[in-house]
Design a protein around this ligand. Structure first.
Ligand SMILES: Cc1ncc(COP(=O)(O)O)c(C=O)c1O
Length: 389
Protein backbone atom coordinates (compact mmCIF):
# COMPACT_ATOMS: atom_id res chain seq x y z
CA UNK A 1 0.00 0.00 0.00
CA UNK A 2 1.13 3.57 -0.71
CA UNK A 3 2.44 5.78 2.09
CA UNK A 4 -0.22 7.53 4.17
CA UNK A 5 -1.66 10.66 2.57
CA UNK A 6 -2.61 12.99 5.38
CA UNK A 7 -5.49 15.27 4.45
CA UNK A 8 -6.77 15.89 7.96
CA UNK A 9 -4.82 19.09 8.57
CA UNK A 10 -8.04 20.82 9.65
CA UNK A 11 -7.99 18.61 12.75
CA UNK A 12 -4.27 18.96 13.38
CA UNK A 13 -1.24 19.52 11.18
CA UNK A 14 0.81 16.40 10.49
CA UNK A 15 3.68 15.94 10.11
CA UNK A 16 5.27 18.91 11.83
CA UNK A 17 8.41 20.51 10.42
CA UNK A 18 11.53 18.56 11.47
CA UNK A 19 12.68 21.65 13.37
CA UNK A 20 9.70 21.30 15.72
CA UNK A 21 10.57 17.73 16.75
CA UNK A 22 14.26 18.61 17.00
CA UNK A 23 13.79 21.70 19.13
CA UNK A 24 11.30 20.01 21.47
CA UNK A 25 13.77 17.19 22.07
CA UNK A 26 16.74 19.54 22.54
CA UNK A 27 14.83 21.91 24.78
CA UNK A 28 13.28 19.31 27.04
CA UNK A 29 16.53 17.42 27.50
CA UNK A 30 18.59 20.52 28.23
CA UNK A 31 16.21 22.98 29.90
CA UNK A 32 12.51 22.23 30.39
CA UNK A 33 12.23 23.17 34.07
CA UNK A 34 9.52 25.25 35.75
CA UNK A 35 10.02 28.87 34.56
CA UNK A 36 9.67 31.98 36.69
CA UNK A 37 9.94 30.09 39.96
CA UNK A 38 13.67 30.22 40.78
CA UNK A 39 16.90 31.97 39.86
CA UNK A 40 19.15 29.14 38.69
CA UNK A 41 20.33 29.10 35.09
CA UNK A 42 18.04 26.40 33.71
CA UNK A 43 15.04 28.21 35.12
CA UNK A 44 16.12 31.50 33.57
CA UNK A 45 16.77 29.85 30.20
CA UNK A 46 13.35 28.21 30.22
CA UNK A 47 11.73 31.51 31.20
CA UNK A 48 13.59 33.29 28.40
CA UNK A 49 12.26 30.80 25.84
CA UNK A 50 8.70 31.27 27.12
CA UNK A 51 9.02 35.06 26.91
CA UNK A 52 10.56 34.89 23.45
CA UNK A 53 7.58 32.83 22.26
CA UNK A 54 5.22 35.39 23.79
CA UNK A 55 7.00 38.05 21.74
CA UNK A 56 6.85 35.98 18.55
CA UNK A 57 3.10 35.45 18.95
CA UNK A 58 2.49 39.08 19.88
CA UNK A 59 4.28 40.10 16.68
CA UNK A 60 2.29 37.53 14.68
CA UNK A 61 -0.97 39.13 15.88
CA UNK A 62 0.48 42.65 15.60
CA UNK A 63 -0.13 43.23 19.30
CA UNK A 64 1.80 45.81 21.32
CA UNK A 65 2.41 44.23 24.68
CA UNK A 66 3.77 40.66 24.95
CA UNK A 67 2.45 40.50 28.50
CA UNK A 68 -1.04 40.51 27.05
CA UNK A 69 -0.29 37.24 25.28
CA UNK A 70 -1.45 34.51 27.66
CA UNK A 71 -0.81 30.81 27.17
CA UNK A 72 -3.54 28.21 27.58
CA UNK A 73 -3.90 24.53 26.62
CA UNK A 74 -5.58 25.09 23.25
CA UNK A 75 -8.12 27.42 21.71
CA UNK A 76 -11.05 25.71 23.46
CA UNK A 77 -9.42 26.59 26.76
CA UNK A 78 -8.76 30.18 25.62
CA UNK A 79 -12.31 30.58 24.30
CA UNK A 80 -13.72 29.37 27.62
CA UNK A 81 -11.61 31.94 29.47
CA UNK A 82 -12.92 34.66 27.16
CA UNK A 83 -16.59 33.69 27.15
CA UNK A 84 -16.94 32.92 30.87
CA UNK A 85 -14.72 35.87 31.79
CA UNK A 86 -16.66 38.49 29.82
CA UNK A 87 -20.31 37.41 30.11
CA UNK A 88 -22.54 37.26 33.18
CA UNK A 89 -26.24 36.97 33.93
CA UNK A 90 -28.33 39.50 32.01
CA UNK A 91 -25.74 40.01 29.26
CA UNK A 92 -26.26 39.52 25.53
CA UNK A 93 -23.76 38.07 23.04
CA UNK A 94 -23.73 37.76 19.26
CA UNK A 95 -22.13 34.93 17.37
CA UNK A 96 -22.67 33.06 14.09
CA UNK A 97 -23.74 29.66 12.81
CA UNK A 98 -20.24 29.15 11.37
CA UNK A 99 -18.79 28.54 14.87
CA UNK A 100 -17.07 25.51 16.32
CA UNK A 101 -18.43 23.88 19.49
CA UNK A 102 -15.57 25.54 21.39
CA UNK A 103 -17.59 28.74 21.05
CA UNK A 104 -21.09 27.30 20.81
CA UNK A 105 -20.98 25.08 23.89
CA UNK A 106 -19.71 27.69 26.37
CA UNK A 107 -22.40 30.03 25.01
CA UNK A 108 -25.13 27.35 25.25
CA UNK A 109 -23.98 26.67 28.80
CA UNK A 110 -24.29 30.32 29.76
CA UNK A 111 -27.68 30.70 28.11
CA UNK A 112 -29.03 27.52 29.70
CA UNK A 113 -27.67 27.97 33.23
CA UNK A 114 -26.73 31.62 33.68
CA UNK A 115 -29.29 33.78 31.92
CA UNK A 116 -27.11 35.01 29.05
CA UNK A 117 -28.95 35.73 25.81
CA UNK A 118 -27.24 34.77 22.54
CA UNK A 119 -28.03 35.62 18.91
CA UNK A 120 -26.70 33.35 16.14
CA UNK A 121 -26.29 35.03 12.76
CA UNK A 122 -26.37 32.78 9.68
CA UNK A 123 -23.91 32.69 6.78
CA UNK A 124 -25.00 33.16 3.18
CA UNK A 125 -25.01 30.52 0.44
CA UNK A 126 -21.34 31.28 -0.31
CA UNK A 127 -20.38 30.66 3.32
CA UNK A 128 -19.89 34.22 4.59
CA UNK A 129 -21.67 36.16 7.33
CA UNK A 130 -22.83 39.64 6.40
CA UNK A 131 -21.32 42.41 8.58
CA UNK A 132 -24.46 44.48 8.07
CA UNK A 133 -26.44 41.82 9.97
CA UNK A 134 -24.63 42.74 13.19
CA UNK A 135 -25.69 46.34 14.02
CA UNK A 136 -29.45 45.54 14.06
CA UNK A 137 -28.72 42.89 16.70
CA UNK A 138 -26.73 45.18 19.00
CA UNK A 139 -28.45 45.86 22.32
CA UNK A 140 -27.62 47.96 25.37
CA UNK A 141 -26.52 44.79 27.17
CA UNK A 142 -24.45 43.31 24.29
CA UNK A 143 -21.13 42.52 25.98
CA UNK A 144 -19.42 40.33 23.38
CA UNK A 145 -19.32 39.57 19.66
CA UNK A 146 -17.46 36.35 18.98
CA UNK A 147 -16.80 34.93 15.53
CA UNK A 148 -14.78 32.27 13.77
CA UNK A 149 -12.11 33.73 11.49
CA UNK A 150 -11.90 30.77 9.07
CA UNK A 151 -14.37 27.91 8.91
CA UNK A 152 -13.12 24.43 9.77
CA UNK A 153 -15.81 22.94 7.49
CA UNK A 154 -15.99 25.05 4.35
CA UNK A 155 -12.83 27.15 4.71
CA UNK A 156 -14.42 30.57 4.27
CA UNK A 157 -12.63 33.57 5.84
CA UNK A 158 -15.14 35.85 7.51
CA UNK A 159 -15.19 39.65 7.02
CA UNK A 160 -13.73 40.36 10.45
CA UNK A 161 -12.55 43.89 9.70
CA UNK A 162 -16.03 45.14 8.83
CA UNK A 163 -17.65 43.38 11.79
CA UNK A 164 -14.93 44.81 14.04
CA UNK A 165 -15.62 48.27 12.69
CA UNK A 166 -19.26 48.05 13.78
CA UNK A 167 -18.22 46.66 17.17
CA UNK A 168 -15.76 49.54 17.70
CA UNK A 169 -18.49 52.10 16.95
CA UNK A 170 -20.52 50.63 19.80
CA UNK A 171 -17.64 49.84 22.15
CA UNK A 172 -18.46 46.10 22.12
CA UNK A 173 -15.46 43.75 22.40
CA UNK A 174 -14.85 41.56 19.36
CA UNK A 175 -13.27 38.16 20.04
CA UNK A 176 -12.04 36.05 17.13
CA UNK A 177 -11.48 32.31 17.03
CA UNK A 178 -8.31 32.04 14.93
CA UNK A 179 -7.91 28.28 15.40
CA UNK A 180 -7.87 27.62 11.67
CA UNK A 181 -6.38 30.90 10.45
CA UNK A 182 -3.39 31.65 12.72
CA UNK A 183 -0.28 30.63 10.80
CA UNK A 184 -2.10 30.42 7.45
CA UNK A 185 -3.20 34.02 6.91
CA UNK A 186 -2.47 37.29 8.74
CA UNK A 187 -4.46 37.74 11.95
CA UNK A 188 -3.59 41.40 12.46
CA UNK A 189 -5.60 42.70 15.40
CA UNK A 190 -4.96 46.33 14.38
CA UNK A 191 -6.11 46.20 10.78
CA UNK A 192 -8.92 43.72 11.52
CA UNK A 193 -10.30 45.68 14.53
CA UNK A 194 -10.00 42.64 16.80
CA UNK A 195 -9.98 42.99 20.60
CA UNK A 196 -9.22 39.42 21.62
CA UNK A 197 -7.83 36.58 19.56
CA UNK A 198 -7.83 32.90 20.57
CA UNK A 199 -5.42 30.46 18.91
CA UNK A 200 -4.38 26.84 19.13
CA UNK A 201 -0.80 25.67 18.65
CA UNK A 202 -1.24 22.32 16.92
CA UNK A 203 -2.98 23.29 13.67
CA UNK A 204 -1.55 25.84 11.23
CA UNK A 205 0.97 27.15 13.75
CA UNK A 206 2.60 23.71 13.36
CA UNK A 207 3.31 23.17 17.05
CA UNK A 208 2.30 20.22 19.21
CA UNK A 209 -1.03 19.56 20.94
CA UNK A 210 -1.70 20.96 24.42
CA UNK A 211 -0.66 24.54 23.79
CA UNK A 212 -2.69 27.56 22.72
CA UNK A 213 -3.57 30.96 24.07
CA UNK A 214 -5.10 34.35 23.63
CA UNK A 215 -4.03 37.93 23.03
CA UNK A 216 -6.07 40.57 24.87
CA UNK A 217 -5.89 44.15 23.67
CA UNK A 218 -5.17 46.94 26.18
CA UNK A 219 -8.37 48.24 27.78
CA UNK A 220 -10.15 44.86 27.76
CA UNK A 221 -10.22 43.07 31.08
CA UNK A 222 -11.33 39.48 31.29
CA UNK A 223 -12.60 38.44 34.75
CA UNK A 224 -10.83 35.64 36.59
CA UNK A 225 -12.69 32.39 36.31
CA UNK A 226 -9.86 30.34 37.79
CA UNK A 227 -7.10 30.93 40.33
CA UNK A 228 -3.86 29.28 41.35
CA UNK A 229 -0.11 29.45 41.38
CA UNK A 230 1.76 31.84 39.11
CA UNK A 231 5.25 31.60 40.62
CA UNK A 232 5.28 35.28 41.61
CA UNK A 233 4.01 37.17 44.71
CA UNK A 234 2.99 33.98 46.43
CA UNK A 235 1.81 35.82 49.56
CA UNK A 236 -1.06 37.47 47.68
CA UNK A 237 -4.32 35.76 48.64
CA UNK A 238 -6.16 36.21 45.37
CA UNK A 239 -5.07 35.50 41.81
CA UNK A 240 -2.97 38.24 40.19
CA UNK A 241 -4.71 40.93 38.16
CA UNK A 242 -1.89 41.80 35.80
CA UNK A 243 -1.34 40.08 32.47
CA UNK A 244 -0.16 37.50 31.56
CA UNK A 245 -0.59 36.01 35.07
CA UNK A 246 -4.22 37.13 35.14
CA UNK A 247 -5.15 34.37 32.70
CA UNK A 248 -2.41 31.82 33.37
CA UNK A 249 -2.68 29.20 36.09
CA UNK A 250 -0.12 26.70 37.30
CA UNK A 251 2.95 25.30 35.57
CA UNK A 252 2.87 26.17 31.87
CA UNK A 253 3.30 23.61 29.13
CA UNK A 254 6.91 24.58 28.43
CA UNK A 255 7.45 21.67 26.06
CA UNK A 256 4.41 22.76 24.07
CA UNK A 257 5.64 26.36 24.05
CA UNK A 258 9.03 25.16 22.77
CA UNK A 259 7.35 23.28 19.91
CA UNK A 260 5.15 26.23 19.12
CA UNK A 261 8.19 28.52 19.02
CA UNK A 262 9.84 26.22 16.50
CA UNK A 263 6.63 26.04 14.44
CA UNK A 264 6.32 29.83 14.26
CA UNK A 265 9.99 30.20 13.36
CA UNK A 266 9.54 27.67 10.55
CA UNK A 267 6.54 29.62 9.25
CA UNK A 268 8.51 32.89 9.41
CA UNK A 269 11.44 31.32 7.57
CA UNK A 270 9.27 29.66 4.90
CA UNK A 271 6.90 32.62 4.51
CA UNK A 272 3.24 32.47 5.53
CA UNK A 273 2.08 33.92 2.20
CA UNK A 274 4.06 31.30 0.33
CA UNK A 275 2.58 28.46 2.42
CA UNK A 276 -0.95 29.77 1.93
CA UNK A 277 -0.45 30.27 -1.79
CA UNK A 278 0.79 26.71 -2.23
CA UNK A 279 -2.05 25.29 -0.14
CA UNK A 280 -4.63 27.26 -2.13
CA UNK A 281 -3.15 26.08 -5.41
CA UNK A 282 -3.66 22.50 -4.21
CA UNK A 283 -7.14 23.36 -2.87
CA UNK A 284 -8.12 24.71 -6.24
CA UNK A 285 -6.81 21.58 -7.98
CA UNK A 286 -8.74 19.42 -5.52
CA UNK A 287 -11.92 21.45 -5.90
CA UNK A 288 -11.70 21.29 -9.71
CA UNK A 289 -11.09 17.54 -9.68
CA UNK A 290 -13.89 16.72 -7.25
CA UNK A 291 -16.34 19.03 -9.03
CA UNK A 292 -16.08 16.94 -12.20
CA UNK A 293 -17.02 13.68 -10.48
CA UNK A 294 -20.68 12.70 -11.01
CA UNK A 295 -22.44 12.24 -7.66
CA UNK A 296 -20.07 14.49 -5.68
CA UNK A 297 -21.47 17.58 -3.95
CA UNK A 298 -19.10 20.30 -2.71
CA UNK A 299 -20.16 22.95 -0.21
CA UNK A 300 -19.43 26.68 -0.73
CA UNK A 301 -16.44 26.10 -3.02
CA UNK A 302 -17.50 27.95 -6.20
CA UNK A 303 -15.11 30.83 -5.62
CA UNK A 304 -11.99 30.23 -3.52
CA UNK A 305 -11.30 33.91 -2.86
CA UNK A 306 -11.21 34.46 0.92
CA UNK A 307 -10.83 30.76 1.64
CA UNK A 308 -8.31 28.61 3.46
CA UNK A 309 -7.47 25.16 2.10
CA UNK A 310 -10.25 23.22 3.82
CA UNK A 311 -13.19 21.78 1.90
CA UNK A 312 -16.07 19.40 2.52
CA UNK A 313 -18.04 17.19 0.16
CA UNK A 314 -20.39 14.21 -0.04
CA UNK A 315 -20.72 11.28 -2.42
CA UNK A 316 -24.34 10.73 -3.35
CA UNK A 317 -25.79 7.64 -1.69
CA UNK A 318 -22.96 7.14 0.80
CA UNK A 319 -22.67 8.35 4.40
CA UNK A 320 -19.61 10.49 4.99
CA UNK A 321 -18.15 8.11 7.64
CA UNK A 322 -18.33 5.30 5.07
CA UNK A 323 -16.51 7.38 2.48
CA UNK A 324 -13.83 8.28 5.05
CA UNK A 325 -13.43 4.61 5.99
CA UNK A 326 -13.01 3.56 2.35
CA UNK A 327 -10.51 6.39 1.82
CA UNK A 328 -8.58 5.15 4.83
CA UNK A 329 -8.76 1.38 4.33
CA UNK A 330 -8.55 1.14 0.54
CA UNK A 331 -6.55 4.25 -0.31
CA UNK A 332 -4.55 5.09 2.84
CA UNK A 333 -5.91 8.63 2.89
CA UNK A 334 -6.63 10.22 6.28
CA UNK A 335 -9.47 12.74 6.45
CA UNK A 336 -12.39 13.56 8.74
CA UNK A 337 -16.09 12.81 8.30
CA UNK A 338 -19.16 13.86 10.29
CA UNK A 339 -20.15 17.20 11.76
CA UNK A 340 -16.63 18.49 12.52
CA UNK A 341 -17.76 19.95 15.89
CA UNK A 342 -19.69 22.56 13.92
CA UNK A 343 -23.31 21.32 14.03
CA UNK A 344 -24.89 24.62 12.98
CA UNK A 345 -22.82 24.75 9.79
CA UNK A 346 -24.15 21.35 8.80
CA UNK A 347 -27.71 22.28 9.82
CA UNK A 348 -27.51 25.25 7.49
CA UNK A 349 -25.94 23.26 4.66
CA UNK A 350 -28.64 20.60 5.07
CA UNK A 351 -26.00 17.96 5.80
CA UNK A 352 -26.73 17.46 9.53
CA UNK A 353 -29.41 14.87 8.75
CA UNK A 354 -27.12 12.89 6.43
CA UNK A 355 -24.27 12.52 8.92
CA UNK A 356 -22.35 15.62 7.86
CA UNK A 357 -19.72 15.55 5.13
CA UNK A 358 -16.19 14.40 4.32
CA UNK A 359 -13.52 17.02 4.96
CA UNK A 360 -10.12 17.37 3.35
CA UNK A 361 -7.72 19.82 5.01
CA UNK A 362 -4.51 20.65 3.16
CA UNK A 363 -1.25 21.38 4.95
CA UNK A 364 2.21 22.66 4.02
CA UNK A 365 3.55 19.16 3.39
CA UNK A 366 0.86 18.05 0.94
CA UNK A 367 1.82 17.69 -2.71
CA UNK A 368 0.12 17.62 -6.08
CA UNK A 369 0.50 13.81 -6.08
CA UNK A 370 -1.51 13.64 -2.83
CA UNK A 371 -4.27 15.70 -4.39
CA UNK A 372 -4.37 13.64 -7.60
CA UNK A 373 -4.51 10.45 -5.51
CA UNK A 374 -7.39 11.86 -3.43
CA UNK A 375 -9.35 12.87 -6.55
CA UNK A 376 -8.80 9.43 -8.10
CA UNK A 377 -9.88 7.69 -4.87
CA UNK A 378 -13.12 9.71 -4.65
CA UNK A 379 -13.73 9.05 -8.36
CA UNK A 380 -13.47 5.31 -7.77
CA UNK A 381 -15.72 5.43 -4.71
CA UNK A 382 -18.38 7.43 -6.57
CA UNK A 383 -18.22 5.13 -9.63
CA UNK A 384 -18.47 2.03 -7.46
CA UNK A 385 -21.46 3.46 -5.61
CA UNK A 386 -23.15 4.31 -8.91
CA UNK A 387 -22.63 0.78 -10.23
CA UNK A 388 -23.98 -0.71 -7.02
CA UNK A 389 -27.19 1.34 -7.07
C1 LIG B 1 -12.63 26.80 14.21
C2 LIG B 1 -12.15 26.00 15.37
N1 LIG B 1 -12.30 26.49 16.61
C3 LIG B 1 -11.86 25.83 17.68
C4 LIG B 1 -11.24 24.61 17.56
C5 LIG B 1 -10.77 23.91 18.78
O1 LIG B 1 -9.38 23.72 18.77
P1 LIG B 1 -8.68 22.92 19.96
O2 LIG B 1 -9.29 21.54 19.94
O3 LIG B 1 -7.25 22.91 19.65
O4 LIG B 1 -9.03 23.62 21.21
C6 LIG B 1 -11.08 24.04 16.30
C7 LIG B 1 -10.48 22.70 16.14
O5 LIG B 1 -10.93 21.88 15.39
C8 LIG B 1 -11.54 24.77 15.17
O6 LIG B 1 -11.40 24.29 13.94
Amino acid sequence: MNKLIFLDNGATSFPKPKEVYDFMDYFYRNFGVNPGRSGYDLCLETGAMVEETRRLLTRLFNGRDPNRLCFSYNSTDALNLIIFGLLKEGDHAITTTIEHNSVLRPLYHLSKYQGVEVDYLPFDNRGFVDPDDFPPKFKKNTKLVIINHASNVIGTIQPVREIGHYCRERGIPLAVDASQSAGKIPVDIESLNIDIVAFTGHKSLLGPTGIGGLYVREGIDIRHTRAGGTGVRSAQRTHLDEYPYRLEYGTPNVLGIAGLRAGIKWIEKTGMAMIHEQEMRLASLLRDGLKEIPGVTLYCQDDLTDHIAVLSFNVHGLDSPNVATILDVDHNIACRAGLHCAPLVHEQLGTASIDGAVRFGIGPFNTEEHIQAAIQAVREIAAFRKKAS
